[in-house]
Ligand binder design. Structure first.
Ligand SMILES: CC(C)(COP(=O)(O)OP(=O)(O)OC[C@H]1O[C@@H](n2cnc3c(N)ncnc32)[C@H](O)[C@@H]1OP(=O)(O)O)[C@@H](O)C(=O)NCCC(=O)NCCS
Length: 321
């Protein structure tokens, strides 16, 4: 016996992007005023962050996701009635259940879609993008709303100056839908589970913890070949990459990777300077802001590179909407 196969799409692409940053700007000086033993020059030179955004006390992951998703839907021209699946990449929901996705879909007026969260830490958006693409390719969904939203300000140990200076809150979103030609290249993903606990929420304290230097060495040492492989599999020459949007963990990591990959004509996302590290949200946030500023033309190849907790990673070339 054989089973029926849903009619899928020959290819997929990103149809629209959106983002949201909360209103509270927290500069390095603001952290010092709150009692953090640090200095502006250290944070700028070692991490690259001048300021980050933190949500209001009553502003939730789903609140931020809703803002970004509404903009992505409007930019895509896709009606809520045409969305069959909602995915939220997040690792900062206040409790493991309920997931963010069904609540988000309900708020947006998307009726009874498939809905689930993806937790792969900072690489979560690229993982969710590929789950979305697979669903459209295999006919399981006509269009998919993919949102990454994080609220790390609720998980910070303000007495740990090596972590509390890094993280921020934000959301970014994309609508993935059918296309005759490929706008999403093959993903190159993987993980190094031997280092599974180098980036974590501590079980006892519930504070964010990381072995910063181990992650720094891993990212700068291992991620460039992954990104190069994503370009090779997409059939895109390095000269043709218009923008490089890596996870925004540390400006020195971003610049080292850009040098190692070697894309002579690419503009490099340095959103970390004014947004901090917003985990899964960094990539769609940075990409959406670059598109909004007119820095990336429609149809231009963009290299995405997510990496972080797990340690998991995912790289992919996409065409800008
Ligand atoms: C987090 C990170 C910036 C810390 O930098 P580092 O150089 O590894 O810092 P260390 O914790 O080893 O500390 C080095 C020195 O700086 C000091 N320091 C750490 N944070 C500081 C701060 N905010 N302000 C001033 N000094 C600070 C330490 O006390 C230490 O001083 P000492 O040598 O006198 O003891 C860096 O490891 C990093 O970016 N790692 C990448 C990991 C990452 O971003 N992951 C996010 C999830 S993907």
């Amino acid at each position: 016996m054989t089973l029926a196969v849903a009619p899928g799409s020959p290819a997929t692409r990103i149809l629209g992007l959106g983002h949201y940053r909360p209103g509270n700007v927290i500069t390095n000086h603001d952290l010092i005023a709150r009692g953090v033993d640090t200095d502006d020059e250290w944070v700028k030179s070692r991490v690259g962050i001048a300021e980050r955004r933190w949500a209001d006390p009553d502003e939730t992951v789903v609140d931020m996701a809703e803002q970004a998703a509404s903009k992505a839907l409007a930019a895509s021209g896709v009606e809520t009635s045409e969305i069959d699946l909602v995915l939220v990449a997040t690792c900062t929901m206040p409790t493991p259940v309920p997931a963010a996705a069904p609540n988000l879909a309900n708020r947006l007026g998307i009726l009874a879609p498939g809905a689930y969260d993806v937790n792969s830490g900072c690489s979560g958006f690229v993982y969710a993008l590929n789950a979305a693409s697979a669903a459209v390719l295999t006919g399981q969904a006509r269009n998919v709303l993919v949102v990454a939203a994080e609220r790390f300000s609720g998980w910070l140990d303000m007495s740990d100056r090596s972590t509390c200076i890094i993280l921020g809150d934000a959301a970014g979103a994309a609508v993935v839908g059918p296309s005759d030609t490929a706008g999403l290249g093959p993903v190159v993903w993987g993980s190094d589970g031997e280092q599974f606990d180098t980036v974590a929420i501590d079980q006892e304290s519930h504070f964010f913890r990381q072995e910063g230097q181990a992650v720094y060495r891993w990212a700068t040492g291992k991620m460039a070949p992954i990104a190069l492989e994503a370009c090779r599999r997409a059939g895109v020459a390095l000269e043709d990459i218009a923008a490089f949007v890596p996870h925004q963990a540390n400006l020195r990591i971003i610049d080292a990777l850009a040098r190692r990959i070697g894309m002579p004509n690419a503009i490099v996302a340095r959103d970390i300077v004014t947004s901090g590290n917003t985990s899964a949200a960094t990539i769609p946030l940075a990409l959406s802001r670059m598109v909004e500023r007119g820095e990336i033309l429609s149809g231009a190849p963009v290299l995405l590179l997510g990496f972080g907790s797990g340690l998991a990673y995912a790289a992919q070339v996409v065409l800008s909407p």
